[in-house]
Design a protein around this ligand. Structure first.
Ligand SMILES: C[S@@+](CC[C@H](N)C(=O)[O-])C[C@H]1O[C@@H](n2cnc3c(N)ncnc32)[C@H](O)[C@@H]1O
Length: 246
């Protein structure tokens, strides 16, 4: 198995065109949330990811890295995003950044051990294409980690309502149910391994630190799903033969 110890040098095999992102105009407001009303929520969400980090193979990539807040807090080395403004912030936070969309072929296949999508699946144009591409760039045995606000949760219901009212961020989002995300992951070839729920305090009433719970709960406002890419029989045979010969 070819396990890379560093971010691949070759980052593109074809010219990438990226349309201006709606997040460009909202970048400062988006980033300010983490220091203001979202500070404790962010800390609670980071704590949930910490439950699974030690089981995730390196190198790590975040698709939809935004301003790099999660990437910095979780130790994710590299990120992709279509927003130039957000990427500039992520770069200042020490993240290696790539301009592009998760649907695009930006990296060689089997380049990463783990791909994160944190509050991003709901913003991409095509979740099936993003998941398919994540699968392609993961090594066999690699993991995808999703951080999600799901539609049936108290936070998802509120965001869905805000979207309908034309909220500046949420109008661009499509919130999915847990069962829809499970189906999308399985259709892309992933096998779900771990689910963590957190943020049981209601929106606007986050007053104390919370510890995450194992398993899915629709009472939690934030859900983390870890799913694995498993090698096909052909890939395992090829890999084993490669090891024997070397
Ligand atoms: C809500 S933000 C999340 C940013 C970051 N993960 C975080 O949690 O702070 C959603 C991000 O998805 C990015 N995005 C939108 N469409 C995308 C696509 N097709 N591929 C990758 N990222 C995309 C946006 O530019 C934005 O940075």
């Amino acid at each position: 198995m070819r396990l890379l110890n560093q971010i691949p040098k070759k980052v593109g095999t074809r010219p990438i065109s990226v349309e201006a992102s709606p997040f460009d105009d909202l970048a400062s407001a988006y980033d300010a949330w983490f220091e203001g009303e979202g500070k404790l929520t962010f800390t609670i969400e980071v704590r949930a990811f910490q439950e699974v980090l030690s089981s995730l193979p390196k190198p790590w990539l975040e698709v939809g890295v935004g301003s790099g807040r999660f990437a910095q807090a979780l130790g994710i080395e590299a990120g992709v995003d279509p927003s130039v403004k957000l990427l500039e912030m992520a770069r200042r936070r020490g993240i290696t950044v790539f301009l592009g969309r998760g649907e695009q072929e930006l990296f060689d296949e089997k380049s990463f051990g783990t791909v994160f999508l944190i509050v991003t699946l709901c913003f991409v144009d095509s979740p099936p294409d993003v998941l398919k591409e994540a699968y392609r760039i993961l090594v066999p045995g690699g993991k995808i980690v999703l951080g999600l606000v799901l539609r049936e949760t108290p936070w998802g219901k509120l965001y869905e309502q805000k979207k309908k009212q034309g909220h500046r961020f949420y109008k661009y989002a499509t919130f999915y149910r847990y069962d829809e995300v499970v189906k999308l992951l399985e259709q892309a070839g992933f096998l779900i391994e771990q689910v963590i729920s957190t943020l049981f305090q209601k929106p606007g009433k986050v007053e104390g630190m919370e510890l995450p719970q194992r398993g899915y709960s629709s009472s939690g406002g934030f859900t983390v799903i870890v799913a694995g890419k498993y090698a096909s029989e052909g890939e395992v045979r090829q890999r084993d033969q490669g090891t024997e010969q070397s």
